[in-house]
Design a protein around this ligand. Structure first.
Ligand code: SIN
Length: 274
């Protein structure tokens, strides 16, 4: 891929790249946003440094790639329903994203991508790990690929969001999204196949005996968790990460308690997985 307006420095051969030569406080022109989008499709998660962006600039960057969505569970920044605070400090009982997941995969149309900006980071720690679900799929045996083809999994927001509410001492009776998605999904833009199950939202596999569904999900969660599919990003103040939520999972490390780590995420709407 030849880039004219940005420089792209891959983080690992599998996924992740740092993007240089772009200022997210400015409106990107068509060529710049096309190249950022191409870098995202190629590297699955891309990173920017030294981007001191406002809520409006953050949202404007997200809107270059689609409509923004409002999170079905978490509170937003006042006056900015599409801006989700991601914050942990000495008073936190939990953090967002501390188990492997893709964002809101319980939605019938899960997000295309998420863009996280951190304005405060702990002195050490607080990394985010990303895993390529293309690489996880490619590493399966042909026999396993055949077995998984056509299987449908249930992704349910209820257990996860109610568990999170209980940690905060709340009994959350809201109805959360629940959806059925193919276990093997084809990325709508790259046409590549990938695994689309994760331990936060995927609860069962439809039309399989319960024990078999549980066993296959356990196998897939363990399989996806292998380090060769991963890249680890070390944040600095005003770093931005933009992940393609269709083909990567991520997990946030909470190894910095009682230090503060703080920022905001905007989430770009996606399509029904096929
Ligand atoms: C998230 O899951 O969106 C949070 C990721 C992070 O804080 O690194």
């Amino acid at each position: 891929m030849k880039y004219e307006t940005i420089q792209v420095q891959p983080l690992t051969p599998t996924l992740g790249a740092e993007i240089h030569g772009i200022d997210l406080t400015q409106v990107l022109d068509n060529r710049q946003s096309q190249e950022v989008h191409n870098a995202l499709l190629t590297h699955q998660v891309i990173f920017f440094r030294n981007q001191k962006i406002s809520f409006e600039q953050h949202k404007a960057f997200g809107r270059l790639f689609g409509e923004l969505e409002v999170h079905p569970y978490a509170p937003s920044q006042a006056g900015h329903p599409e801006v989700l605070p991601i914050h942990a400090d000495a008073n936190s009982k939990q953090i967002a994203g501390e188990r492997w997941h893709s964002d809101v995969s319980c939605d019938p149309e899960p997000p295309m991508g998420s863009i996280l900006h951190l304005h405060e980071v702990p002195p050490t720690g607080g990394d985010t790990l990303f895993a390529s679900m293309y690489a996880a799929y490619d590493a399966l045996s042909d026999k396993m690929k055949d077995y998984l083809e056509g299987l449908i999994a249930i992704h349910d927001g209820g257990p996860n969001y109610r568990r999170r509410a209980a940690i905060e001492g709340k009994d959350d009776q809201r109805t959360f999204p629940r959806a059925e998605h193919p276990v093997v999904r084809t990325h709508p833009q790259t046409g590549r196949k990938l695994l689309f199950v994760n331990p936060v939202f995927t609860t069962t596999v439809r039309d399989l005996p319960e024990a078999e569904g549980e066993a296959i999900l356990k196998f897939l969660f363990d399989h996806c968790n292998q380090p060769q599919f991963q890249a680890r990003f070390s944040w600095r103040e005003n770093s931005v990460a933009f992940w393609d939520n269709r083909c990567v999972q991520h997990i946030a490390m909470w190894d910095y308690f009682p230090q503060t780590r703080s920022g905001n995420r905007v989430t770009v709407k996606g399509d029904k997985p096929v």
